[in-house]
Every structure is written in structure tokens, then in C-alpha cells.
Design a protein around this ligand. Sequence first.
Ligand code: SAH
Length: 409
Amino acid sequence: MAGYDSETIEMYPAFPAPASAVPSRPMAAESALPIPVAALSGGPGHILDPASGLADWLTRRGQPAWRARAIHRWLHGRRAASFADMTDLPRDLRAELDADFRIWTTTIAVHKRADDGTEKLLLELADGQRIECVLLRDGIRRTVCISSQVGCAMGCVFCASGIDGVIRNLTTGEIVEQLLRLAALLPADERLSHIVVMGMGEPLANLDRLLPALAEAQDPQGLGISQRRITISTVGLPPAIDRLAAANPGYHLAVSLHAADDELRTRLVPVNKAIGLADVMTAADRYWETSGRRLTFEYVLLGGVNDSPDHAADLARLMGHRAALVNVIPYNAVAGMPWQEPTQAARERFLDVLREAGVNVQVRRRKGARIDAACGQLRRAAAQATTTSSLVAASGAVGSGTAATGPES
Ligand code: SAH
């Protein structure tokens, strides 16, 4: 356990390899990814899902409609962990709810805590799949980083989440459940302040389930997180960016670039081949026009690959006069992958070129070092490890987390 003194590493059942993960990239369309019946059927409804049917269920029992709001407030605002906690509901009703609904469809497979207060959960879903979510503490901010899919189809060559392709979309309830599981890690007098959808998966490939979950997060009687404090990070799928703009342009959009020319970007982000940077940038501009909110462009610095002064100059040219923020993310090494972190000198040079060109730039701070807090890393380390000690060994590499990208404070 050397180096892990202040971390809590709780292991629940041992770690079988993830259930037959069928690599399925590239993903053609969202509809190609039905959620398997096994993920949710066979049990009562998931009450954290806005489509749980609770209101109708109450009506059928002759219960007043306001009970649905009261139950909602218990779950989302008062952090009730069970129906038994809802002490102002009639006892019989609590028992019936318990028989017909589930609050938690996930179990916590691993819970890790880093020295800087970052906590990471590996959640096991009802069908045995696993996803990650993270709580980041930064000053008064309490930011959560959540997943939108099991795996990812985008195939970014340096990212641990996409190694086995995408397995399935998360349900709205599973996305909400990550928020509540992370909120429950806070003391009673603290609340979540920001959400970044930067965990596993491509959020814009699962918009239909993500948007109701993010709407839920804004409920003033629940988590009450304003949309201005919610960031959606995307590889850049133009039609889905347009759909998001039409549905709700209030979210902060972060577009993962990683290269400023098509040749290099296609090497690093294979979906770029079919899209092309020009279309990504015009879709981002359209989102900006609709939302009026400054865009963020993410750029993972890979040592010796995309971190030269020329690359920085290309990026500055691509940014042009856009009032955007470039978020430079030093690569967080993934075990078994050939990519290197940039040297300090290369990173500084890269930033200098951008700054001299007048680009608004920010370096993402390291969070969650040594707990595999970058997307997909913990899930991978856990799948490869069968004992606590090998998990610790697998996660021992220096790493950084997905810190807040800095939407409104
Ligand atoms: N699919 C979305 C969300 C992915 S995670 C997207 O592409 O934006 C959020 C960011 O973390 C992305 O920019 C992603 O490229 C980056 N990332 C993935 N693996 C990383 C790693 N090992 N080190 C640093 N950043 C990484």
C-alpha cells in the first residue's frame, strides 16, 4: 500500500473481467445501441429515472399527486438512501414503494480517495457492466465528472475508455444515480456545484438519455445545479451539437480537438476521418452563436506527438478570432499505451506560443493523482486486477483526473 496512506480503497466482490464486451466501433448511430433488457428488467422500476412511472403508480393507489414531489425531494434534495428514510410517508406506502421500485441499480465496486480530496467510484450496473464517476474538490467547488456510456465508440487512440469500443448507452436513471452517489459522499452541509460530462463515453451519442438527467440535476428542490455550471465535453459530432443547441443551448460546451490539422486529428481521433475539422469548428461556432456562451476547446498534449511549437501555432491559427478558451490537458499515462506525457519544457513552449498569439489558454490541473481518475482508467485497472494488491499496483502510475474546466463559478 506504499504511497496510498491517505486513500481509502474499498473492494467489494473480486473483479471478474467485464461481461463479454463486444468491441463495436465505430458506432453508426445512437439507435444502434439499444439498452439490453437485462440491464433493467426483471425488477421494479428505477425511481431515479424520470420515466419510472411513479406519478401513475401513486394515482392508481389513490395517493395525492404531491406525493411524487415529496418522494423526489427526499431522494434528490435530502439524500434519502432508502424508502424507510422517508419518515413522513405512511408506513404502508413506504413498504409498497420498496416492493415496486428500486432507488439504487448500481453497487459500488471500488471507492478510492486521493490526498487532494478527489474521490472516484467504480459502479457496477445491474447487468454487470462497470462505469466510473468522480468527485473533485477545488476550493468551494464540488464538481462531479460523470459517464454517459459504458465504453466509447470514438476510438481516441490515447484514451482508456474506448479500448474495447462501446458496449451500451447509460439510461437516464443510471446517469442520475451517479450524481446522487457522488452527492452522498459530501457532508450534509455541502452541495454539488458543478457537473462535467467528461467520464466514459461520448455524451452527444447518448443525448436522449443525458438531457433528461441534466434537467433533473437542475431541479431547485433537488440538486439545484444551474445549467451554466454544467459542461458537456464532446469529440465533436456536428449534427448532435446542432441538436443540443436546439434542445438547450444553456450548457457549457467543450470540444475535444487534440490536433489542429485533419491528418493528425484523424490519427488521434479516428471519427475525425468522416467528419473533418472544418465541420467540427462550424458546428461549434453555431453552438456559440445560439448559446452566447464561450466555448472551450480541449487539447490533450501527447509528448512528441502534438506538442511542438508548430502544433501550437497551428492551433492558434485555427482559433483565429474566436472568443474561446483552450484547455490544455497534459496526457495522463494509461498503462500499456505507447503515449508519453509531454515534458515540462515542451508544455511551457506550447503554452507560450498560444499566449503570444493571444489565445485564451488554461492548463487543466491535476486532480486525483494515483487513483486513475482519468476516464476509463480505473475500470480498466480493476478489470485487469484480481486482488487488491494488483489493483493498487495497476493504479500506481502517476495520473491526473478530470478537473473542472472552469465554467461559471
Ligand atoms: N467523449 C468526450 C468525453 C471524453 S473525456 C470527448 O471526447 O470530449 C474528456 C476529455 O478527456 C477528452 O478531451 C478526452 O480526449 C480526454 N482524455 C481521455 N483520456 C485521457 C488521458 N489519458 N489523459 C488526458 N486526457 C484524456
